[in-house]
Design a protein around this ligand. Sequence first.
Ligand code: THU
Length: 130
Amino acid sequence: MTDKDLIKLALEAREKAYVPYSNFKVGAALLAKDGTVFTGCNVESASYSPTTCGERTALLKAVSEGYREFDTIAVVGSLEKISFPCGVCRQFLREFGLEIRVIVATSADNYQVRLLKDLLPDSFGPEDLV
Ligand code: THU
């Protein structure tokens, strides 16, 4: 699975976004360490706060299927300007590893790569619950 292939899966997932309120579609494709990919999109709610981001949808699908080790997540929000994961999604991903690669893209030809630890420095995580 190349970075470009993962971005293409995120773009496909983005088309499934349920966004009647913001009209802002987000798609994510999460690559587990064994090569399995879980996709997700944002799903909004009329009462707003239950809205779930695309990244968290993908992670929830993966963890609920028994996966806990991840290599990379590709995220596509706006197709005009690269958008980065929100703070809640950074924290949610962080639970499963600071070394997760985060690809942010508008297309398979326009993307940037970060490590989660650089997007969420000095973070609080499972190791801190001592
Ligand atoms: N959204 C995501 O899906 N991921 C993010 O990282 C940022 C925001 C969604 C939530 C909402 O449905 C829409 O984008 C506008 O905020």
